[in-house]
Design a protein around this ligand. Sequence first.
Ligand code: AOF
Ligand code: ZN
Length: 395
Amino acid sequence: MVEDDVCADQSVWDACGLPDPINRGFLFLDDDLIHLTRCLELASKGRGHVSPNPRVGAVLLSSAGVVVAEGYHRCYGEVHAEVVAMTSCTRDKSQGGTLFINLEPCCYTGHTPPCTDAIVSAGIKRVVISTSDPNPKVNGKGIKFLREQGILVSIGTNSKEAEYFNRGYFNYILRQRSWCAAKIALSIDGKMANKSGLSKWITGNEARRAAHAMRADHDGIMVGRKTVQLDNPELTVRMTDGPNPVRIVLTATGKIPTNSAIASTTSMVRTIMVVDEKSVIDKDLSNIELLRLPCNEHGEIDPRLILQELPGYGVLSVLIEGGAGVLSSFMNADLLDEISIGTAPTIIGEGISPMEHFAPTSWAQRPKYSLKSYNKAGSDLITTYIREDRTFSQD
Ligand code: AOF
Ligand code: ZN
């Protein structure tokens, strides 16, 4: 995202005892990836608390190459990751040290003063960054400032992984809407339920545990009114550790059963209903935030509008968990950035397919995805796909 450049001042390299960069723009040392991977691990501790900010973690190495501090951005509006790390140790430990961070340090005053100033004050000699910050107030300026101060900056070792890790943030900044993923459990023959709507359970325990981990990785989890009525899900994270995402129910009419698992747990788990702006809400539905949007002549709310509004509720990434109506309407608007399929070794035959209401404009126009990962979960297979044009790097 920014043009890579290394510090031009040879004396700085010499003073640090680091090898010369082989290629201009790249200087990676053996352990860089280990520390940057640790940054992502630390950053994920901020899940559920930092949006609409990115998840950021930092590792500080002394000049002797020993890890002396770690930190992560804990909560929106609070101290940034690298400052948490640098202030947790004394100046003699940071002097001449190396700072690892999964996002370019900020260089402007927001809720907190610029991290770049703190890095200079701490006497850091080298900063290793996974990826630049797409925020226009930062984007490359943090790196440029550090280099102007004679600090060595390496960037890009695990940029793709770091961008995917913060895909909610990157998508929000670059496309002004929430990242939208879908999680679907299917039979071998691609059905999500039989003709009567029965779907509990297609996949086994391990795949469902992975699905709970997926929930915890998103700010929001979304279903339609029909899923609330038919499946009565709780939509919380129970089979693994992690924060509960905000539950989002699409119900243009504003109606869901007042005795449903969702309606009865709204005091415990944040819940939003996306409703027609004119709908009247049942008085028995309490503690529910309302996102009121206009409906079209078919009584549907524009899915793009929903994704554009959700960042305002602190939801930068949302996981759709069905059903076919909601999935198809987001697919029709080409808004499914990521799809995770849990395939179980069973055949349903006549039944419901997840995109049965999706009508591609032509064969040539059918949406294309690239395979991101595939994992065995018990006797099921979990495959994840990313819509082809939805990555963030320019390469
Ligand atoms: C960093 N380290 O740990 C984070 C950064 O006004 P604030 O304090 O909420 O700052 C928000 C912006 O700071 C955010 O949009 C992004 O550009 C950057 N986030 N930067 O150096 C961090 N979380
Ligand atoms: Zn900062």
